[in-house]
Design a protein around this ligand. Structure first.
Ligand code: NOJ
Length: 563
């Protein structure tokens, strides 16, 4: 069943309207479901938990939720190892719970984008289990990337490639007769075998998945590892060093190959069967010049820009990043996306409280900021002050803002997770190199006291530190200048003020002051310096720190209506 333009779509029925451009300047809130709210008390957040917090999301003032994977999964990679793309993990709910959740979100005027993971399945997916039971060269193996090993008895991997999470990118299987057998490629953990997108069945199955969730009313898809699907591996595999030295110009054997866009053209066909069309947003770690293709109207429609996330809290870097990305988005006819935090990186309050540090670049060219949270040099207050200023700056920009659960509370990264509680495969696969991403995935503190701080009845699946209580929703709800109320006020204003997605830089005194005007006559001014500067003229709409008369304090953003 498709909701073609003649029929009333479920979103229109729920009062969301059918504006095909709804996403252009949306504030999208990422929910990492297993750490958001736990309604059944098993320590893992669930869909009923999300439904119970729709009122909170509505008060916050977001336009859409991006839901990280909620599919059946052994959680070898926090749900990005999917056993079944068309079901809900029984640990976190049922399809009925999903329907109830989406209905509640839509009724609250909030759209839903779900995460789709097409680069790899989990090793428990029925296709992979079938491949293990089937002989070399069988159709079942053709859905993945199997190779014979090297060495006299195939006992060496086909190449020396390393996975993005560390460790080898090939794992050897045991053949059905019990003998050691072929090797399969996994760009991430060994529980995440890469799919073979030369296989037509793989295409058809994902088209079916897109329709399955679209028919259930989802408004769009966040596409995991969007730049990795099309691979072209030669018979003689290059070494890792050769791979690293190969330009990523569309002909690299693995990353960002030109023909990946044929896949998204097919997907666009499905998106456009609906009214309004579904939206896709690509997680594509590619050379920025190559990003517009992912974001084009014939492709997914939007692509993440992680440049702001990678910038230091610095006026020049912020300005350059914004100018560059607005121009880039215009090239594809899309709007820009802005991200300061997500489930893969150290939270921005913590990043900005640490000495500036170059982002790590791993061998596949993917940037992960994984290690910063453990530093004893953290200036927690300064980090939060800068984070509030940066968030208010971000929310004033044209384009969509992707927010990550907990950033509206000003949460810091949790550094003090005991090794025995860690879950992230990057921690296990890169010993001593990375503590992994668990520190930004600790369950939300809803109340200031009680078992798992209102997250649920039982213990949370990752331990919450004591200091989380001070950042809880309850602790901030009625405090006028809390971070939560800053986000609420800014998101409400953002809706009221929203006009054309344009921006004009204004020159104000001070090399560390960045100011821009938005259509409709309002300004965003950020003082990146620690020293205060004179406050420009205008009616103050919101500010990230309390203002003294005529003074813009250090590390503060203010929005002003021009007189
Ligand atoms: C990107 C996701 O954001 C990350 O969490 C995941 O580990 C990898 N893709 C692999 O799916």
């Amino acid at each position: 069943m498709s909701f073609a333009s003649t029929a009333e779509s479920p979103t229109a029925a729920a009062g969301l309207g059918s504006d095909p451009q709804w996403w252009r300047q949306a504030a999208v809130y990422q929910i990492y479901p297993r750490s958001f709210a736990d309604a059944d008390g098993n320590g893992i957040g669930d869909l009923r938990g999300i439904t119970s917090r729709v009122g909170y999301l509505q008060d916050l003032g977001i336009d859409a939720v991006w839901l990280s994977p909620f599919y059946p999964s052994a959680l070898a990679d926090g749900g990005y190892d999917v056993d079944d793309y068309r079901d809900v993990d029984p640990k976190i709910g049922t399809l009925e719970d999903f329907d109830t959740m989406i209905d509640a979100l839509h009724r609250a005027g909030i759209r839903l984008i779900v995460d789709i993971v097409p680069n790899h399945t989990s090793d428990r997916h029925e296709w992979f289990l079938e491949a293990l039971k089937s002989p070399t060269g069988s159709a079942a193996r053709e859905r993945y990337i199997f190779r014979d090993g090297t060495g006299a008895a195939g006992e060496q991997p086909p190449s020396d490639w390393t996975s993005i999470f560390g460790g080898p990118a090939w794992t050897r299987i045991t053949e059905p007769d019990g003998s050691p057998g072929q090797w399969f490629l996994h760009s991430f953990a060994k529980e995440q075998p890469d799919l073979n997108w030369h296989n037509r069945e793989v295409h058809e199955d994902f088209l079916q998945t897109l329709r399955f969730w679209s028919d259930r009313g989802v408004d769009g898809f966040r596409v995991d590892v969007a730049h990795g699907l099309s691979k072209d591996l030669p018979a003689n595999l290059p070494s890792q060093a050769e791979l690293d030295a190969t330009p990523k110009d569309g002909a690299h054997p693995i990353w960002d190959r030109d023909e990946v866009h044929e896949i998204y053209r097919e997907w666009r066909g499905v998106f456009n069967e609906y009214d309004p069309p579904k939206i896709g947003v690509a997680e594509a770690w590619v050379d920025s010049a190559r990003r517009p293709k992912y974001a084009s109207a014939e492709g997914l429609g939007q692509a993440f820009n992680f440049d702001l996330l990678e910038a230091s809290f610095d006026a020049a870097q912020f300005r350059e990043t914004v100018t560059f990305n607005l121009e880039l988005a215009a090239k594809s006819g899309s709007s820009s996306t802005w991200v300061l935090s997500n489930h893969d990186v150290v939270r921005h309050a913590t990043r900005y409280g640490l000495p500036p540090k170059a982002p790590q670049e791993d061998k596949a060219g993917t940037h992960w900021l994984l290690t910063a949270g453990t530093s004893p040099e953290l200036e927690a207050e300064a980090g939060l002050r800068r984070a509030r200023a940066a968030s208010l700056f971000e929310l004033a920009l044209p384009g969509s803002a992707y927010l990550y659960q907990g950033e509206e509370l000003g949460l810091h990264e949790v550094a003090e997770i005991p090794d025995t509680d860690r879950q992230d495969p990057t921690f296990f696969r890169s010993p001593g190199f990375s503590v992994g991403r668990d520190g930004c995935r600790v369950p939300m503190p809803w109340s200031s006291a009680g078992g798992s701080l209102g997250f649920g009845e039982g213990d949370a699946h990752l331990p919450q530190p004591e200091w989380f209580a001070r950042y809880s929703v309850q602790a901030q709800d009625t405090v006028e200048d809390s971070t939560l109320n800053l986000y609420r006020r800014a998101l409400q204003l953002r809706r009221e003020l929203q006009g054309e997605d344009a921006l004009e830089w204004i020159e104000l005194p001070g090399s560390e002051v960045l100011a821009f005007r938005r259509p409709g006559g309002w300004l965003c001014v950020t003082n990146f310096d620690v020293e205060a500067v004179p406050l420009p003229d205008g009616e103050v709409l919101v500010s990230s720190q309390p203002l003294a008369v005529d003074v813009l304090p250090g590390e503060t953003t203010v929005w002003l209506r021009e007189h």
